[in-house]
Design a binder for this molecule. Structure first.
Ligand code: URA
Length: 234
């Protein structure tokens, strides 16, 4: 990652502001003044600004990623499949917050902030997740929709009430507050409508928006605060 971007991501200043600070000779990389904002930072050398070290721990990063189908949501995969962490070039070690099935696309967070990850995945505070599901099994009737929203009996117990909207024929948006294995697929299957395609479109108040498949963007402090708020309301 370029030094200018690294400082901006560490919250030192805007991208432009960070480049200015570098050109002013206030930044040291590996103990030497570096005035080139394009210099590559790979985490192997100390970075300091005005003599204060910018440590990885002081840089809390949270990225929204649009995971494509076929990418696993673990940090590494013994089977050698592509992982979601490989989609974001970062000098910091990032890890995924929660999981999405390999066949599910859509919004997943990557962060180096363990405390935030805990808050967002802890069953006690579980932030709601919204999915778009394309369903098979013919016309989707009011009975199936009512069953999905009221709670469905699964092998590991009934599901909590969910918000369900029919968007078009065979397409629903469903917001759940639990994170059980393959939960949405199992719920839809249980009411006679197997899922043909599943995409996560929101985590709490954060929507995927126009993030393209395989793309990522860093969340603003305001967006991270809104996620924390959603968790503490949980
Ligand atoms: N529910 C599922 O069935 N799969 C996912 O990936 C997420 C929620």
């Amino acid at each position: 990652m370029r030094l200018g971007k690294y400082l901006a991501q560490a919250g030192i200043a805007s991208r432009r502001g960070s480049e200015e600070i570098i050109r002013e000779g206030r930044v040291m990389l590996g103990g030497k003044v570096c005035t080139d904002p394009a210099r590559d930072v790979d985490g192997s050398k100390r970075v300091s600004v005005d003599g204060s070290e910018i440590t990885p721990a002081s840089t809390k990063l949270v990225y929204a990623v649009n995971k494509p189908i076929g990418v696993v949501s673990t940090s590494d995969d013994p089977a050698g499949r592509p992982t979601v962490v490989e989609l974001v070039a970062s000098p910091e070690r990032l890890f995924p917050v929660g999981r999405l099935d390999i066949q599910t696309s859509g919004l997943i967070l990557l962060t180096n902030d363990g405390e935030l990850a805990n808050l967002l995945t802890h069953p006690r505070y579980e932030v709601s997740k919204t999915y778009r599901a394309r369903l098979g099994g013919g016309a989707l009737g009011a009975t199936a929709l009512r069953a999905l929203s009221g709670g469905v009996e699964l092998a590991d117990g009934p599901t909590l009430p969910a918000r369900v909207h029919k968007i078009a024929a065979g397409l629903i948006e469903i917001e759940v507050r639990e994170g059980r294995n393959h939960q949405v697929r199992r719920m839809c299957e249980a009411v006679g409508h197997p899922v043909n395609a599943l995409e996560r479109v929101a985590i709490g108040p954060l929507r995927i928006g126009r993030l393209h498949e395989g793309g990522h963007r860093r969340l603003s402090a305001k967006e991270v605060d809104a996620l924390r708020d959603a968790a503490s309301r949980g």
